[in-house]
Design a protein around this ligand. Sequence first.
Ligand code: ZN
Length: 427
Amino acid sequence: MSSSRFDRSHTDDLMSFVAESPTAYHAVASAAKRLEAAGFTQVREDEAWDAQPGGRYLISSGTIIAWYVPEQAGPATGFRIMGAHTDSPALQVKPIPDTGASGWRQIAVEVYGGVPRDTWLDRDLGVSGRLVTRDGQVHLVSHGEPLLRVPRLAIHLDREVNNGQVLDPQNHLTPVWGLGEPDEGEFIAYLAGTAGIAAEDVAGWDLVLHDVQPPAYLGRDRELLACPRLDNLVSVHAGVAALIAAAESGAEHIPVLAAFDHEECGSESATGAGGPLLGTTLRRILSAKGAQFDEIARAMAGSVVMSSDTGHAIHPNYVDRHEPGHHPIAGGGPILKINVNQRYATDGVGRAEFARACERADVPWQTYVNRNSLPCGSTIGPITAARLGIVTIDIGIAILSMHSSRELCGADDPHYLASALAAFAST
Ligand code: ZN
């Protein structure tokens, strides 16, 4: 018998969402597909927006912002904003990919974000992303079949490997994908061929390597989920479900989902949380209702951001790395993240808001605080707070193996998270 409180349909759908979303570009397309099915329609940044009630979303490269304008919304109606990020640490293809040595054909890669390098060794890797043709058209490509591998050095040739392995990102992470001499242009030509595009039309690309092993439940009661890119597709997926639920619930505020690219490299980009996209979008939603400066300022003052990202569950083999009085566990419900030095934006007011949301959703929750002797990670919450001046709460779910090419969480936590977010966004 499973100890789960839920049927697993939410987590089953998360597994499909992650498998469909090997890159940030695919994640926004997967989110858009679910929003379209719920009646949301796409708007473009370079077109005028109307004031009609209903669900809308915009896509800007690897970032998606979606919102639902309720019937009674006016020019000073505040927002309930859910934040997340679409990107994950990975190996990405360099501008001149074709390389090789000693009879092996290889692909030159660059390291994106905080990659624990050993987790990319000896895995069957696919490659996905986007090809841009000379006419400016963007074509999503997804090669989910095994294509590449970063081979580990045999233990016989590295007797010290178990005493601390050093992997140089330039020399030791270059994947192989065949035998023979490299041929300039062949990798992009191959991918163009799989997408039905003439190789000579391809003028640009953004390509990401990814483990092709699908997500899987683990454990006797299937109470664990092994899954790539939980950080942070679990929050993007939960945010989409919560936004759709809020749209159906007749919310008083305007519920918004903002899922940004480029969190893993610091968020400072045109489409990252440090850019102007969210602030501009919020002002435009109100401007379409005829809002003036004063009404926009009042709406912002009445708004709240709940930013969701993964956090660290206590690791049974490394208990001494965790704060002894705060022990978030997998399966224990969403976590509230607190750091007094504003690596997380949560304060006492935000804590109470989160507690109310979890109470309304009838889900358990936990608190995370870093051990004083270790530097604390961060997320988009504090960046959004500083940029918009809106009360911000950092939350998430507790996982193990964060940033590994395959992470681990409790199988019920994605549903708990979506329920808490829906309760927040429905106010
Ligand atoms: Zn993250």
